[in-house]
Design a protein around this ligand. Structure first.
Ligand SMILES: [Zn+2]
Length: 99
C-alpha cells in the first residue's frame, strides 16, 4: 500500500469490515484479530493487521457474527465464544448500551 505523507487535512478512509462502507478513520474503531478473539485497539498501538468497524451499534452488534465467520474461514475452528464475548462486549461498552 502506498503511504503518502500528505498533511493531515484529509482523513484517510478505511472500509468497515462489517458493512463495507468507506469512512473516515475518525468514525471507525480499529480492531485486531487475535487467536483469542477480537481486540479493539482505539489507540492503534498494536502492530498487527488492523480491521475497521463503524462506531455504530448496527455494525458493532454484527461484529460477533463476523468474528465467527472470520475464524471459521481463516482458522477453521469453532471456539467457545462465551468468554470472548464478555471481553469484546466490555471494550465496546461505553459506546452504546445495547439498544
Ligand atoms: Zn460499518
Amino acid at each position: 500500500m502506498p503511504n503518502k505523507h500528505s498533511k493531515a487535512q484529509h482523513m484517510p478512509q478505511r472500509t468497515c469490515a462489517i458493512c463495507k462502507s468507506k469512512k473516515d478513520l475518525d468514525e471507525l474503531y480499529a480492531f485486531i484479530i487475535m487467536p483469542e478473539g477480537i481486540i479493539i485497539d482505539p489507540k492503534r498501538r498494536l502492530q498487527r493487521r488492523r480491521h475497521y468497524i463503524c462506531k455504530n451499534i448496527n455494525c458493532l452488534s454484527n461484529l460477533e457474527d463476523w468474528e465467527k465467520r472470520y475464524f471459521k474461514k481463516h482458522f477453521g475452528i469453532k471456539k467457545d465464544w462465551s468468554e470472548l464475548d464478555l471481553q469484546s462486549k466490555n471494550s465496546v461498552q461505553g459506546v452504546n448500551n445495547g439498544q
